[in-house]
Design a protein around this ligand. Structure first.
Ligand code: HEM
Length: 403
């Protein structure tokens, strides 16, 4: 038997064994291939693949550690920094392609959050939960959204530059505040993290969460979501007229080559766009010394320092509204998102029948969008901590490191 025939037989065997033929021939409705509102899920999934590949390489260089101080020779200057900061510094300035790797990972994370939020908004507008397996897909989508934002914040903290140290301290303060109020979530977080102050143990736990636990859960939920879509099909078009909706749904194209070509094109475009962003807008590493050691909870944030944009809207609300009220807001927003399919009683997903839900979807996203944009423009001179409006026991006002 010639080598070519052997390869052909092997290929056929693989196709049959893993049901690849069914997968490749899977019918995809034409409207879903043509309408950009149906593409953002793919953008998020491709970003995840890029994040896993770049993340695994980053993990070869990164070292968690905040308590021990090390010296970095920065030109003529000597910087005293943490091990975490030093490992990212060395990677960015001393390793070939380290700069590209770090910035690619960070830009891909931001692209994944942006695509996930846009995907959520598109599905909210289209009432995509009103379909076969719609409730389960919606639930998986909301969970994935929360996990992706959590994962971005965890990654952002690992660098341990000034912005990251502040983000971590503020995050821990929220749990300390809940603990102080006797709300069990605070105590649970303290038990899980080992401490609610910036210690080696906390940063190691965050590292494990970031490279194993959270991406593992994201991968499992994403796999389940893709499997459900393969079984239950793409969501129907938002048309009231049944005959037209059915005609649109039955005009299909096989996954291969149509959608496959689109996804490959999208992957290459996405990667090129990300590399362009890396070249044009690389992220600085903020000074590890100034501010980091002298800043403590309750003290005003140094100007220009902000949280990562996926949680910027929350930062704006904490600063603009009473921090007491704002603390629980994201939880309420997530709970509301979870029960939307139960509240939306419209008979179909047609936009004309769901005007009120279209308005609610727009308001929901406007709260996030408006808060995000506003966060970059306002400089409210309030100490950035949820402790602001309560009397803090003096022993709780401690330096950021080592307790
Ligand atoms: C949904 C997936 C992921 C998201 C959204 C994400 C997000 C981020 C972000 C925003 C940063 C900060 C980048 C910076 O400013 O330098 C970061 C850092 C990091 N990530 Fe990820 N990441 C993901 C998956 C992974 C995976 C799977 C790994 C490893 C297996 C990983 C390993 C790392 C490491 C080691 C760092 C610290 C080094 C550095 O900051 O450059 N990440 N991540």
């Amino acid at each position: 038997m010639s080598l070519l025939r052997l390869i052909n037989r092997l290929w056929d065997m693989l196709m049959d064994r893993f049901k690849l033929r069914e997968f490749l021939e899977h019918p995809v409705p034409r409207y879903a291939n043509l309408n950009p509102l149906y593409w953002f899920g793919d953008v998020a999934a491709v970003s995840f693949v890029i994040l896993v590949v770049t993340g695994v390489v980053l993990a070869l260089f990164y070292q968690p550690g905040v308590e021990e101080r090390v010296v970095i020779q920065h030109g003529q200057e000597q910087l005293i920094a943490t091990k975490s900061y030093q490992s990212v510094y060395e990677l960015v300035y001393r390793e070939p392609f380290g700069f590209v790797l770090r910035n690619l990972h960070r830009w891909a994370a931001f692209m994944m959050v942006f695509a996930t939020l846009t995907h959520f908004f598109a599905k909210f507008l289209l009432g995509a939960y009103k379909r076969r397996s719609g409730g389960a897909l919606w639930l998986l989508g909301v969970l994935l959204g929360v996990l992706v934002i959590t994962q971005t914040v965890l990654g952002y903290i690992l660098v341990m530059d000034l912005e990251a140290a502040l983000a971590l301290q503020i995050g821990l303060n929220i749990f300390r505040y809940l603990d102080y109020m006797g709300i069990p979530v605070g105590g649970l977080a303290a038990a899980f993290m080992g401490s609610l102050f910036v210690t080696d143990q906390v940063i190691s736990r965050i590292y494990i969460l970031h490279i194993v636990l959270v991406p593992g859960i994201i991968a499992a939920l994403l796999g389940l979501k893709i499997w459900l879509i393969l079984h239950a099909g793409v969501s129907p078009p938002p048309i009231r007229d049944r005959a037209r909706a059915e005609a649109a749904a039955s005009a299909t194209e096989p996954f291969y080559p149509h959608r496959f070509a689109l996804t490959m094109g999208q992957f290459m475009l996405q990667l090129s766009f990300l590399l362009l962003l890396v070249a044009a807008f690389p992220f600085p590493i903020y000074d590890p010394v100034n501010g980091y050691e002298t800043w403590y909870p309750g003290k005003e944030t140094p100007p220009g320092v902000r949280p990562p944009w996926p949680v910027m809207w929350y930062y704006t609300l904490v600063k603009a509204i009473d921090p007491f009220i704002a603390v629980g807001l994201p939880v309420l927003m997530v709970l509301f998102a979870l029960v939307v399919p139960l509240l939306d009683r419209a008979r179909s997903n047609a936009l004309e029948e769901r005007t009120i839900w279209v308005i609610i979807a727009v308001i929901y996203m406007a709260v996030i969008g408006y808060g995000t944009v506003l966060g970059y423009f306002i400089e409210i001179p309030k100490p950035l901590t949820p402790f602001t409006s309560v009397e803090v026991p003096t022993e709780d006002i401690v330096p950021t490191v080592g307790r």
